[in-house]
Design a protein around this ligand. Structure first.
Ligand code: PLP
Length: 354
């Protein structure tokens, strides 16, 4: 018997979440599938999202794999080319690429392609990570448009605070003032901006996390947004044991029983991608009932409170996150965000798609 841990990927939930995006906007939808589709599996996720107008990711080999699998949509490399060979591959496979810095323009100019290239010029409007600052923008655009192989240019930026205060106003204004002289397509919105700021939709929205059924906002649940969880991580109890009053459980003995209690041991640990920092009290389902984790998460197991689950036994079904207990709640209890928890799903966890 294989170890009982397992991740079920609900492809119909992906389709549902994409429909929900469509209902929010008339812009074209670039489904963000970086990091192995946020841990959900690149090709199965892309297939479920085939109604999207485009796909965005980082790895050029993955982009080529998508092309070779028959996807005809726009495929955008979010960090663009890392080398001149990448520019050649982009041309060969008709992959669009972000241009975020002068060294990429130099790469482009050193690499005279005959095929037509589609480039997304990234503006730094306040994130201060990638992109051209306002003073660099006009000359950069000029250089890119002069290149004979460049067929189309889209202007893009990325928001630092779309999910929280102070919001997008300052960055949006900076972007608009730079972009307004040009009749070029625009792309600004991640999931949070898509949901909260219709003025940012432009020509292309770039949702990621919401497609996977997780909320981009700390204070609004995915369910409230009408999103359905895509990944459900399940396992089973592999042991049930008693703690006497005063006994502690797990490394460091961080949880100590006040009185005698039953606990269960779940076959799931941080080597499976479950966050090690999930504190005592992190929500978890046993036989469909909500309970809490106890003590530190180990590499291959974690412990749960069975006080109110007298019928739980070895083999009882456990849901770590997904249907019934959202990955957002688990991530929050671990001091992280759903993005990190989902992407961290370990290759050793078998996935099934349905
Ligand atoms: C990851 C990413 C997105 C998607 O962000 P979500 O918060 O997951 O919706 C959009 N744009 C860029 C440039 C990104 O890197």
């Amino acid at each position: 018997m294989p170890r009982p841990i397992h991740a079920r990927i609900d492809l119909s939930a992906l389709e549902h979440n994409l429909h929900l995006v469509r209902r929010q906007t008339s812009a074209r939808v670039m489904a963000v599938i970086k990091a192995n589709a946020y841990g959900h599996g690149l090709l199965p996720a892309a297939d479920a999202l085939r109604a999207a107008d485009g796909f965005a990711l980082l790895d050029i080999q993955e982009a080529v794999r998508l092309r070779e699998a028959g996807f005809r949509q726009t495929i955008l490399l979010l960090e663009g080319a890392f080398s001149p060979e990448d520019v050649a591959l982009m041309a060969e496979h008709q992959l669009a690429g972000v241009i975020h810095s002068p060294h990429q323009i130099a790469m482009l100019e050193a690499c005279p392609q005959r095929e037509s290239l589609s480039l997304w010029l990234k503006l730094n409007t306040g994130m201060n990570r990638l992109g051209f600052v306002p003073e660099q923008f006009a000359p950069a655009l000029e250089q890119v448009r002069r290149h004979p192989a460049v067929r189309e240019v889209t202007l893009m930026t990325h928001f630092a605070h779309a999910d929280e205060r102070p919001g997008v106003a300052a960055q949006l204004e900076r972007f608009e003032s730079l972009a307004s002289p040009y009749r070029l397509a625009r792309s600004l919105a991640n999931s949070a901006a898509l949901l909260r700021y219709p003025a940012t939709h432009g020509d292309w929205v770039r949702p990621g996390i919401m497609l996977y059924g997780s909320s981009p906002f700390a204070e609004v649940s995915a369910e409230q947004l009408g999103l359905r969880p895509v990944m459900t991580l399940t396992s089973q109890l592999i042991a049930v044991t008693e703690l006497q009053a005063g006994q502690a459980v797990g490394y460091g003995g961080t949880f100590r029983a006040d009185s005698a209690m039953r606990i269960g041991v779940v076959a799931c640990g941080y080597a499976d991608g479950y966050p090690r920092h999930a504190a005592t009290g992190t929500p978890i389902l046993v036989d469909g009932q909500r309970t809490r984790t106890l003590g530190r998460v180990s590499m291959d197991m974690l412990c749960v409170d069975l006080t109110r689950l007298p019928r739980a036994e070895v083999g009882s079904h456990v849901t770590l996150w997904g249907e019934g207990v959202s990955v957002d709640e688990v991530a929050q209890a671990a001091g992280t965000i759903s993005y990190e928890a989902l992407c961290a799903l370990a290759p050793r966890v078998p996935q099934t798609f349905r």
